[in-house]
Design a protein around this ligand. Structure first.
Ligand code: ATP
Length: 453
């Protein structure tokens, strides 16, 4: 059964080195988190699973990585500077600042319950920078609040250097920064987080069919890669569409407090390329865009057959990597009764996203032959390149099993005295606790089979 309380996940994350409060020793900062030894491994595995599905398993998608800082002009023409804001309401009694659309009841303060609230005002979410010695405090750049815009502004660069016919896509994984009014839900809503986004460029007219295809491809990814059962996920179409969107749907996961967004899928039409292109007048731009006299690049696509130049439509898929990790942990969190008043906590993660792939345990740490044999197993497993493999040399097998159950290590391999004689080791499976005795030479192939892919 998945976690029923996020406090269990928060405690596990701290205890076992997944996630710590940012700036903790100085009192902490709201919405800012640091990732520990197992958190970084798991984030990396989720990024890899996403990249593999979106880039390596396709012919039509390229990857890129833009800078986190970009010119103010990008965010002026993208529309963020004028309208990337949330409605802020302040309680006149206790001073609490709330995001109006996320309040429990929009007529009352979330904390003290008074109805004495200020009218909502737009609160800018972008973090401005004053870059360079001459700026003198004036905002001339921003930390990006999403990865998409820098993908659009590199559209011509990518297409010129790696030509593609429509439809094709460009992806990015990277940090995004938003000055969220009320960070909440642990890593659910952070001020610094990570996104993995696809911008898929299609012929206008093909956009509706492509939108549907991406919806099912993305839903499938959550089920197959993160091990989330279909009944814990749902599509939630947006009731109110952003001015540039023709269609928008969220994928929601059922967290302990209810369903909430983990991914957004949008049909953005020609809004973005139309906003950032030069020569807007020569292109038939469908969307309502700001007049752009600063761009130096024509962000159009030239049809190889007709020679016609036009703006492709964009289907965007955007996940939060931190939210994906959080959802996978909630889903995998299991407390099991073992009888006799004993219980265990186990993280039943899909092996591919587990932070540690295998732990090798010499039964006695003071017997050099055992440690040596365990080290040889570790070396053989590391050669597979599947991820982190640990030597557990504390000598307390019960404790080792408990630790590795809690961090979701799919298998523990024990080397004992008998192993020195018959060349066989014990492989213990995390989920069933079943043990099998196999030849040490078969361990790498068995681990590869368990991890998959
Ligand atoms: P919300 O409505 O929750 O503020 P959004 O619709 O603005 O989110 P998008 O801009 O579509 O979010 O971003 C895509 C994904 O990035 C979201 O589905 C979510 O997983 C993630 N994300 C967005 N904001 C945050 C945040 N503050 N902290 C962590 N992840 C976030």
């Amino acid at each position: 059964m998945p976690a029923t309380n996020i406090n269990d996940i928060i405690a596990l994350c701290k205890r076992r080195g997944f996630i710590y409060q940012g700036s903790e020793i100085y009192g902490g900062m709201q919405g800012i988190y640091d990732y520990g030894p197992y958190g970084v491994e798991m984030m990396k595995n989720i990024r890899d699973a996403w990249w593999r599905a979106m880039v390596y398993e396709r012919d039509d998608v390229e990857g890129m990585e833009a800078a986190l800082i970009s010119s103010r002009l990008l965010w002026k023409y993208s529309g963020h500077e004028a309208s990337f804001s949330d409605p802020l309401v302040e309680c006149k009694k206790c001073g609490l600042r709330m995001r109006q659309d996320k309040m429990k009841d929009q007529t009352k303060c979330d904390t003290c319950g008074t109805a004495d609230l200020t009218p909502p005002r737009d609160y800018q979410l972008m973090m401005g920078l004053s870059l360079g010695a001459v700026a003198d405090g004036e905002i001339n750049a921003y930390l990006r609040p999403e990865t998409a815009t820098t993908t659009f502004t590199n559209f011509k660069n990518v297409l010129d250097s790696v030509p593609h016919k429509l439809p094709f896509g460009i992806v990015q994984i990277g940090k995004a920064f938003r000055n969220e009014i009320s960070p909440r839900g642990f890593v659910f809503r952070m001020r610094e987080f990570e996104q993995a986004e696809l911008q898929y460029f299609v012929k206008p007219g093909d956009d509706e069919a492509q939108f549907e295809e991406w919806k099912s491809a993305r839903m499938n990814w959550w089920i197959m890669e993160l091990g989330i059962p279909a009944e814990k996920l749902r599509f939630a179409p947006h009731e109110k569409l952003a001015h540039y969107a023709k269609a928008a749907v969220d994928i929601e996961y059922e967290f302990p407090d209810g369903f909430d967004e983990v991914e957004g899928i949008h049909n953005r039409q020609d809004y973005d390329l139309g906003s950032h292109t030069k020569g807007q007048g020569e292109l038939k731009i469908m969307s309502k865009v700001l007049e752009n006299k600063d761009s130096t690049a024509k962000l159009a696509y030239s049809d190889p057959q007709s020679g016609e130049s036009f703006l492709p439509y964009v289907i965007e898929t955007a996940i939060g990597v931190n939210r994906a990790m959080f959802a996978a942990m909630v889903q995998a969190y299991t407390e099991e009764c073992l009888g006799d008043g004993k219980s265990r906590m186990v993280l039943k993660l899909p092996p591919r996203i587990s932070p540690v792939k295998a732990a090798v345990i010499p039964l006695a740490r003071n017997v050099p032959e055992l440690v040596e044999m365990a080290n040889r197993v570790v070396a053989d497993l590391r050669k597979l390149g599947l991820g982190r493999v640990e030597l557990e040399n504390s000598g307390n097998i019960g404790k080792n099993y408990r630790r590795h159950d809690e961090i979701g290590t799919p298998v523990c391999i024990t080397v004992d005295h008998q192993s020195l004689e018959d060349g066989r080791v014990t492989l213990r499976h995390r989920d069933t606790m079943a043990q099998e005795r196999i030849a040490v030479t078969d361990v790498p192939a068995r681990l590869r089979e368990i991890i998959g892919g």
